[in-house]
Design a protein around this ligand. Structure first.
Ligand SMILES: *[C@@H]1O[C@H](CO)[C@@H](O)[C@H](O)[C@H]1NC(C)=O
Ligand SMILES: *[C@@H]1O[C@H](CO)[C@@H](O)[C@H](O)[C@H]1NC(C)=O
Length: 410
């Protein structure tokens, strides 16, 4: 074989090999592999939770936040410069809670281990998680809506079918919000529906550029593959269009805490007429650096959303909402039986209905205050309702939720 022919053969062989490699890289399996590799960072240690989750302990400087182009040279802030004033005036409330039989909550995976100092716990995304999503690109980016109490428009009900029962304040500049939220395990009728209870920190208008930071608990079979109640966060800087993900599935949130994993199951949950469990969530804007910090309970500062992720929220929030949201996909053309909160109406009260208590906002002087001029809103009070009140121990509170479909809600 002469040299020229040999080289030509070799070239053809090399080209074909790279064709084959390129073709292989385009297969759905290869794309999925790459996507999982991008989402799941190398772990220092992995812990299997009793619910089937794998919690990866990832070195703090290898967390997904640093995939964000603006975070390439970011120095992690290991603590906020300031907490809001008034945060620890609550000893009275906590004593009262204990006498009600409420105990501190943990995450289920803690039963099988803890992450080492210097790492952050991250719920591993599995192949099955991606397979349940309508497309890989949409995984963790499920579009959802925010209640707009200013436009009570009955036709909105058919648009996406999101229903809310919330309390809200607006008309001022807000620098954070807090709530203690009772935790339940609402029944979900269809896997593509969800039920969540959360607070919303909102900036801008309900148009295309709404900024939102959200945190609370949710049951979402499509997102997690089960009916467990999970701690979640969500953020968007463009009304859920290009940005915005659950938990840390979009890079942006910088986690500093090694004990609490976003998206992990909360355990235990409350039972009807039985033990009640609640979680506290505080989100506030650090007056020095401008980052939006999140704290879970009294002890866990989870991390922060850098201010530059947002437009309006780079300055302040213009509205705060607290409450429940469900998706009504109207299976069989009738209202869903997906529950909100405990699945019981506010009238039933403590240990039966779900509640938010000690709801507060952070004002421009970094002080926690009772919300002024609290409004309530629900699209269909015969399906899910909300009732607010005030008392010494619970401060500003409300009961909310409902069963969905019933003889009064079709
Ligand atoms: C990061 O730092 C390098 C070197 O100092 C610089 O060239 C680059 O522009 C920086 N990137 C960002 C996003 O700030
Ligand atoms: C979740 O609950 C529904 C009923 O509400 C049930 O049909 C479904 O099998 C459950 N899914 C899992 C993964 O347990």
């Amino acid at each position: 074989m002469d040299t020229a022919r040999g080289v030509a053969c070799l070239l053809v062989a090399v080209i074909c090999l790279s064709c084959a490699a390129a073709a292989a890289a385009r297969t759905p399996a290869a794309r999925m592999h790459r996507h999982l590799k991008r989402l799941n960072k190398p772990a220092v240690k992995s812990i299997e939770s009793p619910d089937g989750d794998i919690i990866d302990c990832v070195h703090i400087s290898h967390q997904p936040a640093f995939d964000h182009p603006y975070l390439k040279n970011h120095t992690v802030q290991m603590r906020p410069n300031y907490h809001p004033e008034g945060l620890y005036d609550e000893s009275k409330t906590n004593v009262a809670s204990t006498s009600n039989g409420e105990r501190p909550m943990v995450q289920l995976w803690h039963q099988n281990g803890r992450c080492p100092v210097g790492t952050v716990p991250i719920r591993r995304t599995k192949k099955d998680d991606l397979l349940r999503a309508s497309s890989m690109r949409r995984y963790g980016r499920k579009r959802h809506t925010t209640a707009n109490p200013m436009s009570v428009n009955p036709t909105m009900l058919n648009e996406g079918g999101h229903q809310h029962a919330i309390a809200y304040v607006q008309g001022d500049k807000y620098y954070g919000a807090k709530a203690t939220i009772n935790v339940w395990e609402p029944k979900i009728e269809q896997p593509n529906e969800f039920s969540l209870s959360q607070l919303w920190i909102l900036g801008g208008s309900f148009g295309e550029d709404l900024n939102s930071i959200e945190a609370g608990w949710q049951v979402s079979p499509d997102l997690y593959g089960d009916n467990n109640t999970r701690l979640f966060t969500y953020w968007t800087s463009d009304a859920y269009q290009a940005t915005g993900c659950y938990n840390i599935l979009c890079s942006g949130f910088v986690q500093i805490n090694s004990e609490i994993a976003m998206g992990a199951s909360i355990f235990p949950t409350s039972s009807y007429s039985g033990s009640q469990y609640d979680i506290s969530i505080l989100i506030w804007k650090d007056p020095k650096e401008g980052n939006w910090w999140m704290q879970f309970g009294k002890d866990y500062v989870l991390g922060y959303w850098p201010s530059f992720l947002f437009s309006y929220l780079a300055d302040s929030a213009s509205m705060i909402e607290w409450g429940g949201e469900v998706v009504n996909s109207q299976p069989d053309g009738v209202h869903t039986s997906t529950q909100m909160g405990s699945g019981h109406f506010p009238e039933e009260g403590f240990s039966k209905s779900s509640y938010f208590k000690n709801i507060q906002v952070v004002d421009s002087t970094n002080n926690l205050k009772a919300p002024k001029g609290l409004g309530t809103f629900t699209e269909q009070s015969n399906c899910y309702d909300v009732q607010n009140g005030n008392n010494g121990d619970w401060g500003t509170y409300f009961y909310y939720g409902g069963p969905g479909r019933s003889s009064n809600c079709q």
